[in-house]
Design a protein around this ligand. Structure first.
Ligand code: GLN
Ligand code: ZN
Length: 719
């Protein structure tokens, strides 16, 4: 028998109560008191769930929006007096930047540490909105991870600030029985200096209290150094990697510390293989007597419970575990209760398997070189200098959402819904022509989500009824489940795209989501290599692209916004990842005629360090986000002698502000110093789904007008 521990249980609630109550409060439909009561109920029910299954759990994990922000408030980075101040930092005029949390699809608010920042402890927010008093283990994000993920002085004065933060954590440690401190940043590649300062910080903090340090998402290379700290326990992830186990087998584990063994995944939905886990635990038990069984990553990457699902195939459903079921697994493993093995055995598509096995190098290479294609496409498309386009989606306004809702509820039929979508497409085509855009899109009105949409069309991928997880704030999505070999039974997007194309002489872009992004935003089967899953998706996309060509679609965009995010946290694992990531993109698009122009789109990531990998993707045009980084990425493109065409996003679509022509022009001019004008596109930096029509209208006017100015200025006389 082991003791059991769990953390990170989703706050969303069984029926998304968190989202509903918060949004109702924002809209003024419920008062603060009612809102807070609902939040308390959620906190209580989380504690109840824990208590039902495990011996110990932390408290203080609950947040009204984001734990990084809460930590910033606790450390004196932001002063907030009430909920209005708080939500203003989340989504108001003072909103902080949002970025992906490690290599997950959860977005945290990025604290900005100003110059001259003096840390000071403020526990009021914690006491008022986060605690439940149901456990004597206090949950905190650690000072190292906090700073590592913050901006401003956190970058310039890291070591000095860390020292000061350590004093504050020491103060907290002295007044709580136990601390659960999350330090996932310890799995990143760290410099010697960073490691030394981390050690200094924890020597202080851990000396004053009982600290359990948690790491997850990958292995901890500096584990042996942590042994020297006066920690009460260390939490390690034994699911995502084999190194943690290897290090312990080689170096042992200190007898006086507790090993909190993360053996149940928090990042995928397949039921735990008990046999495999008990073997790992046996091996660990050779090195330490103090083992606590736990999850290997926070459980909030999983939906609430599989019990909520009604339409999954039963044999699949029985092989799945969401957050609540993970608690049960932890209990069973800790209690050494033998469980019957439930493994889902997908049907194998042997011809597809064979096809992938026999792919030769040339399957990834186009028949014509980039230069040849550029010439041919120039003739074919006859686009002006500085062509204008958008990224794909247009506002999903209340009209669209209402119709979809009615359709889902069965209150309107498929025919009515489809004709509504057609009307939307038709008016959007006209709208874009009036605005003077050069390359048009159909608007993506039929898609709720760029991954779920394709999951619904492809075989081998299941979608759930209520498998919601939080992406950020109250924004949720339902990751599909890739459970079997993938095939494309029929056209997925042809109907809408070719309808749009039939209405205009201008080219309309075919719009696809790439294999890496589909994988990154889904739960993926683990019985075959991920590379094979990616190639299966590529072959399905290849068929769709062939269908575009048969329908006279001349431009195809393959979105890969998750290309950077999906990269492993440790650089030594990059080569293997980028190998399949690049190949899967190229496989999807390699069979096209030279006339067909392939676009890709990426956004909201640090692209500088992966620019070489991006360049290995054999597209013709990339539209990429730069509006926030003010075109910094240009130096990276210059460094690699980028020959493809590029549309630097000149309009930051995550902000409601309408960009002026001058603002956009600055980005372009800076880029034109480095990149040839013939290769330049003008576009927003992402889809317009979340914007409203008036903003879109004004911004597009400015954008198109800028393109016209540029043409006048740079046009050489046509022969
Ligand atoms: N084509 C998608 C859209 O316009 C791309 C979204 C994204 O990059 N996340 O919405
Ligand atoms: Zn985007």
């Amino acid at each position: 028998m082991f003791k059991s521990y769990a953390y990170g249980f989703p706050r969303l609630g069984k029926n998304r109560e968190f989202k509903k109550a918060t949004e109702n409060f924002w809209k003024g439909k419920i008062k603060e008191l009612e809102f807070l009561q609902e939040m308390s109920r959620l906190k209580d029910s989380i504690a109840e769930n824990y208590r039902k299954y495990v011996d110990m759990f932390p408290e203080g994990e609950f947040t009204l929006y984001d734990n990084m922000l809460d930590t910033a408030i606790m450390l004196g980075v932001y002063k907030v007096n009430n909920l209005a101040d708080y939500f203003n930092l989340c989504r108001g005029k003072e909103a902080l930047e949002l970025t992906k949390w490690f290599n997950t699809n959860y977005h945290y608010l990025v604290p900005f540490i100003r110059k001259g920042f003096e840390p000071s402890l403020n526990l009021e927010w914690l006491n008022r909105y986060k605690l439940t008093h149901k456990s004597d283990i206090l949950y905190l994000i650690g000072p190292f991870t906090f700073l590592k993920l913050s901006k401003g002085e956190a970058k310039d004065n890291f070591f000095e600030i860390l020292e000061k933060l350590a004093d504050l954590y020491t103060e907290i440690a002295a007044s709580y029985k136990h601390l659960h401190i999350d330090e996932p940043a310890l799995v990143l590649d760290l410099s010697q200096e960073e490691i030394q300062s981390l050690m200094r910080a924890y020597r202080k903090i851990a000396a004053k209290g009982k600290v359990r340090l948690f790491t997850y998402y990958d292995s901890v290379e500096l584990l042996e150094e942590l042994y020297n700290l006066p920690l009460e326990g260390i939490g390690l992830d034994f699911v995502s990697n084999a190194e943690n186990l290897r290090i312990i087998e080689e170096r042992g584990f200190p007898q006086e510390k507790t090993l909190i063994a993360g053996v149940v995944t928090g990042r995928n939905v397949w039921r735990t293989n008990y046999q495999k886990i008990s073997k790992i635990l046996e091996r660990l038990a050779q090195h330490t007597k103090n083992i606590v069984v736990s999850n290997a990553a926070p459980l909030y990457h999983l939906p609430f419970s599989i019990e909520n699902e009604t339409s999954l195939p039963p044999e699949l459903k029985s092989a799945l575990a969401f957050a609540k079921e993970r608690l049960g697994e932890i209990r069973n493993i800790a209690g050494k209760e033998a469980q019957e093995e439930i493994i889902f055995s997908p049907k194998e598509n042997s011809s597809l398997r064979l096809k992938i096995k026999e792919l030769k190098e040339d399957a990834f290479i186009k028949s014509h070189s980039l230069e040849e294609r550029q010439k041919i496409q120039k003739e074919e498309l006859d686009l002006p200098l500085f062509p204008t386009t958008t990224i794909g989606s247009f506002p999903q306004d209340s009209e669209v959402r209402k119709k979809r809702h009615l359709f889902r509820k069965g209150e309107i039929g498929i025919a009515e819904y489809k004709s509504f979508i057609r009307e939307k497409i038709k008016s959007l085509v006209r709208y874009q022509e009036e605005k003077g855009l050069d390359v048009l899109v159909h608007g993506e009105f039929e898609r709720t989500d760029m991954v779920e949409f394709f999951a619904q069309k492809l075989e081998g991928i299941a979608t759930t009824d209520s498998g919601w997880i939080i992406s950020y704030g109250t924004r949720c999505y339902r990751p599909p489940i890739i459970y079997s070999d993938i095939s494309r039974p029929s056209d997925m997007t042809i109907e809408e795209i070719s309808y749009a194309q039939s209405l205009t002489k201008k080219p309309v872009k075919g719009m696809l989501t790439g294999p890496v992004t589909i994988i990154a935003w889904s739960f993926v089967r683990e019985d075959i290599p991920i590379k094979e899953v990616a190639f299966q998706l590529s072959l399905a996309l290849q068929e769709e692209i062939a269908a575009y060509e048969r329908n006279d679609i001349k431009i195809v965009q393959i979105d890969e916004p998750a290309f950077r995010e999906k990269a492993p946290l440790k650089k030594k694992k990059w080569r293997e990842y980028f190998d399949w990531a690049v190949k899967s993109f190229n496989l999807a698009s390699s069979q096209v005629r030279p006339q067909t122009q392939i676009h890709t789109h990426m956004c909201y990531s640090e692209f500088g360090e992966i620019i070489e990998e991006i360049n290995k993707l054999d597209f013709d045009v990339i539209t990429i986000e730069t509006a926030r980084s003010r075109g910094d990425i240009i130096k990276d493109f210059e460094r690699i002698e980028f020959k493809k065409q590029i549309g630097l996003g000149v309009w930051d679509i995550h902000s409601p502000a309408v960009p002026s022509k001058e603002e956009m022009q600055k980005v372009v001019e800076r880029a034109l110093e480095k990149l040839p004008k013939e290769n330049f596109w003008i576009n927003p930096d992402c889809g317009l789904k979340t914007r409203n029509w008036p903003e879109v209208s004004d911004s597009l006017d400015n954008m198109v007008s800028l393109a016209k100015d540029l043409r006048n200025r740079y046009q050489t006389i046509k022969k």
